[in-house]
Design a protein around this ligand. Structure first.
Ligand code: ISE
Length: 325
């Protein structure tokens, strides 16, 4: 068994840099041997202080270098597939920041590539599964400590979003976390999505429903609401209140941070360390390509719902391959 995982990080933007610093300074049993970015300057800046790491502008060259055991992909979502497919063919584990890919058709191609390889190599970066509060709720659901789960009421607040952010991104960049979170907490698929619009903040980006309320239903009928507000200026906040028959559990209610990096720093650290240790044992234990595909299918329904406020849109899923059972 390898004692130290040699990691290539693909993408040296905001989140890529965060993961590079995390692996460099805080993770055990891993070292970065390659940083890949089409912008060579960015990669050169990110590689500073990392002994022995090489800079690449071409991912395939890094993959073929013989110097990496695993890959972390932190490029924009529309570039994920072109990194994931050759990595799966090569048989290396890969942690892919969310979303897996921008739509369910391309996400399904990733699932099919794993089925073909007969190996679960991809882990999707749904870091909330590693958050202590989320794990507390999931444990309460699993143990039935307070009776059945009836409803989840969530807040998802961002201080600001980039100029390029659209109604589609509200769903596939922001609410994608709740789609996965709901699947994680309930152990069920989301069956439908609807969006309610209301009074807009004067700070809302043109054409954006902000705040918005995203409503979901799960297979057993758990009712979910997610209040989004992405031009909040005052900070970043993510809360979840789980209502059970005999009690409620609320998490994140007293946490307002400048951004998601601070709010989820512990979750990211746990996520990446568990991933490293799993890779060294030859297994990927976190959210799979199937989870990424299912979230993409929810996003597709969500985008239609955001375009048609008030309409309940069903989530369409292909049958789950045996690899993920
Ligand atoms: C960002 O990429 C994240 O992952 C944050 O958690 C989310 O709140 C934000 O909306 C996304 O842009």
């Amino acid at each position: 068994m390898t004692q130290e995982l040699r990691v290539a990080v693909v993408g040296a933007g905001r989140m890529g840099t965060d993961h590079i610093i995390r692996i460099r300074d805080r993770m055990q049993r891993a070292r970065i041997t390659a940083i890949v970015d089409i912008d060579e300057e960015k990669a050169r800046t990110a590689v500073q202080g990392i002994e022995g790491a090489q800079v690449y502008t071409d991912f395939v060259a890094a993959l073929e270098s013989g110097d990496i055991d695993a890959v972390v992909v932190v490029t924009p979502g529309f570039l994920h597939e072109q990194v994931l497919l050759p990595t799966i063919t090569k048989g290396l584990p890969v942690l892919c920041e969310k979303p897996l890919t921008p739509d369910s058709e391309s996400a399904w191609r990733v699932v099919q590539a794993e089925v073909q390889a007969d190996a679960k190599l991809v882990q999707v970066g749904f870091m909330r599964r590693y958050d202590a509060g989320y794990r507390e709720i999931q444990e309460a659901v699993r143990s039935n400590a307070y009776g059945e789960l009836l409803a989840l009421d969530c807040e998802h607040i961002n201080p600001a979003v980039p100029d390029s952010y659209t109604g589609r991104n509200l769903i596939d960049d922001t609410v994608v976390h709740e789609f996965d979170g709901v699947r994680f907490l309930t152990g069920e698929e989301v069956t439908s999505v609807a969006v309610r619009a209301g009074k807009r903040t004067p700070l809302a980006k043109e054409g954006l429903v902000d705040p918005a309320q995203i409503l979901m239903t799960t297979e057993s009928g758990v009712r979910v609401s997610v209040n989004t507000h992405v031009a909040a200026e005052y900070g970043y906040a993510v809360t979840t209140r789980a209502s059970f028959v005999n009690a409620h559990v609320a998490v994140g209610t007293d946490q307002v941070t400048p951004g998601f990096e601070e709010r989820f720093v512990d979750a990211y650290d746990t996520e990446i360390q568990e991933w490293i240790d799993g890779c060294l044992q030859g297994e990927v234990t976190g959210p799979t390509a199937w989870d990424g595909y299912a979230a993409a299918a929810c996003c597709e329904a969500g985008v239609r719902a955001v375009e048609n406020p008030g309409t309940e849109v069903p989530v369409k899923l292909n049958a789950k391959p045996a690899l993920y059972s």
